[in-house]
Design a protein around this ligand. Sequence first.
Ligand SMILES: Cc1cc2nc3c(=O)[nH]c(=O)nc-3n(C[C@H](O)[C@H](O)[C@H](O)COP(=O)(O)O)c2cc1C
Length: 192
Amino acid sequence: MPELYLPILLGTIRRGNRTGDVARFVLSRGRRFPEVETRIVDPATLPFANLVEREWEMAERPPEIAGFVDEMARADGFLIVTPEYNYGIPGTLKNLLDLVYDEWNRKPFGLLGVGAIAGGQRAVDQLRVIVAGLGAVSVPRPVAIPRVASSFGPDGPTDDIERVNTTIDGLWRDLIWYARALKVARAADAPA
Ligand SMILES: Cc1cc2nc3c(=O)[nH]c(=O)nc-3n(C[C@H](O)[C@H](O)[C@H](O)COP(=O)(O)O)c2cc1C
């Protein structure tokens, strides 16, 4: 049983999105770390659109939501892979993050932006503020994938491959470091 569960949260459900290619490559790199269990959480498989109720306000939780909550509770940290839409994060990702709270609290988030010229940096900057609002911490390392339409394909990076591999592995290593540290800290001191 791997020591840490670190799911990848995909930020979009746009048909034909390119961020999915990046997420699948991030998954393949994450699976090289024996201490990590990971998978892609695709919001398209969850039965919500715009936020109507938070999970704990629902009279009856659909089974997919209950499964999502349990899975996030079990996680030791998260790696968000998201596109930037009009200088911000997709509404889908915000709705997913707003659905629960305790399950994110005091856990680390690795952030990877995908975009055109700016490589999703503005989305990542916004996420740092949002993650603080969740009572969680963001891994400081900035990771951006610019020009995704030409720099990435279904099999991974097509451009500057060594640099992209090193950057993504570095993000995984940092996330692992924070996940370990915060897991020990949470066990020693439960949230008030
Ligand atoms: C609604 C929308 C808005 C976008 N706005 C931005 C943007 O602000 N900055 C940027 O770098 N790319 C922007 N893009 C381009 C995306 O980065 C590009 O589509 C890329 O493929 C990643 O998004 P995807 O996963 O949906 O394909 C936008 C794309 C869409 C669909």
